[in-house]
Design a protein around this ligand. Sequence first.
Ligand SMILES: NC(=O)c1ccc[n+]([C@@H]2O[C@H](COP(=O)([O-])OP(=O)(O)OC[C@H]3O[C@@H](n4cnc5c(N)ncnc54)[C@H](OP(=O)(O)O)[C@@H]3O)[C@@H](O)[C@H]2O)c1
Length: 277
Amino acid sequence: MFDLVRNGSGGPATAPLDGDTGWPGLRGKRVLVTGGTRGLGEQIVRLLCAEGVRVATCARTARDLETLAAATSPGLFTRPLDVTGPGRLEEFVTDTTNRFGGLDGVVACTGGSRGGAFEQATTEDWAATWAVNVAHAARLVRAAVPHLRAAGGGSVVVISSISGWKPGPPAQYSVAKSAQIQLAASLARELGPDGIRVNAVSPGSMLIPGRRWDRMRREEPEAFARFVAAELPGGAPVAPQEVARVVAFLLSDWSSGISGAHLPVDRAQNAPSPDGY
Ligand SMILES: NC(=O)c1ccc[n+]([C@@H]2O[C@H](COP(=O)([O-])OP(=O)(O)OC[C@H]3O[C@@H](n4cnc5c(N)ncnc54)[C@H](OP(=O)(O)O)[C@@H]3O)[C@@H](O)[C@H]2O)c1
């Protein structure tokens, strides 16, 4: 059986490279996802639970976590916490590892933007946007590294955005999302010797029920059609479920050759065109 050759420091168990070519699945893996109660995070949690993963997730609203656990798996480990608060996130990583008997992956999904246009956004808006995107992701990985290393390696996925690789307002969000892409690539090099893979995923404008693009589609169909024609060569915004599948792939052994990558999942929304980048 031909298998991966490593540089002597071990690394995660991987799917064989020939012979059985079936999807290795994710059953039995242990994964922590931040921000799992809505939007993309919810779809990641739902997919991982359905795949037999032992999943932990956090958000600030306790009731949403209870609703999610009732709708997915009684084994879902949840904790209400603010990822920008001191210590709580690190504590949750340790408690998750203790509960599951180890850790195989983490997904930094919580994110967002505070404040408006450049001249209106305050220093606090910049700091809050940095904290919920970049600092939270860095702290999550730092807390997870000893546990991933103890498991022989693992997979880290940082959720960035198309705003992170094609500049656009609000600047505080664009800057934070591009920093997440650099963070993933930089950590991939630093943690690679421990068998820890780190990748960034950049969703395009996702069609999430009740959110911006879904509301526009229902309330302003002509404006939505113009947006799709101008921005979406694929003819439709990407669904969070589609992004969740890419995250699941990156957590799986089938992606063992991918680390330090930045994967847009945007149906070519950000692809350069003859009219410009
Ligand atoms: N929506 C898009 O079109 C889009 C496009 C590209 C990239 N993204 C990125 O994709 C990720 C998910 O976005 P989304 O729009 O799907 O998310 P969302 O609907 O805004 O949900 C955010 C999740 O994170 C939790 N959360 C927010 N702030 C938190 C905090 N300080 N501490 C702990 N939990 C917190 C929320 O629950 P609570 O409110 O209860 O805390 C919720 O579970 C983000 O990183 C975002 O930047 C989104």
